[in-house]
Write a protein that binds this ligand. Structure first.
Ligand SMILES: [Cu+2]
Length: 175
């Protein structure tokens, strides 16, 4: 279509400028994944049975931004806030410990000051509303690639300790 040519040209020029200005930075989304949540306690009924989730990680000039969206949550959980975090290890159904600890940028040598907070870890707490919930986080680092997971917990994240109760469900995030 002839009318689209100027737009294509403009987009191409912008891309060239970005690549030239920041050759070492892969700005933009580097992970998009979605699927049914895996259950850590398959034999017990829970609010995330049959629920699905989507995770996107985007690299920005200041670090990265993460978005978690969960759909299909049991309506009895409406109004409840659940802790959710990026964890170091993989998502394995029926095996909460396999997900390992929270991804922590200091532990990975990416930030000089030790700490457990929403700047060193990717916390994605969300509140269920009409069966859905969205959590977002902006952090001053880009998580290292690996076979990782987002884990959903039974309670909101305690800002002093990072704890959030039992591990209920998870989604694989690997890149
Ligand atoms: Cu967690």
């Amino acid at each position: 279509m002839l009318t689209s040519s100027p737009l294509r040209t403009a987009v191409g020029a912008t891309a060239i400028v970005l690549l030239t200005a920041t050759p070492a930075l892969a700005l933009g989304p580097f992970l998009r994944t979605s699927g049914l949540l895996s259950d850590f306690a398959p034999s017990a009924p829970g609010p995330f049975d049959g629920a699905s989730a989507r995770v996107q990680l985007v690299e920005s000039a200041r670090g990265s931004h993460a978005v978690l969206t969960v759909n299909g949550i049991d309506r009895s959980a409406d109004g409840r806030t659940f802790g959710a975090h990026l964890h170091d290890g993989p998502c394995v159904a029926g095996n909460g410990p396999a997900a390992g600890p929270h991804y922590n940028s200091h532990v990975h040598g990416q930030t000089p000051v030790a700490g457990i907070n929403d700047r060193t870890e990717v916390w994605l707490d969300f509140t269920a509303s009409e069966g859905s919930g969205t959590g977002t986080a902006s952090v001053p680092f880009v998580p290292e690639p690996g076979s990782r997971s987002v884990v959903i917990h039974a309670l909101p994240t305690n800002p002093a300790t990072g704890g959030a109760g039992d591990r209920l469900a998870c989604l694989t995030v690997a890149w």
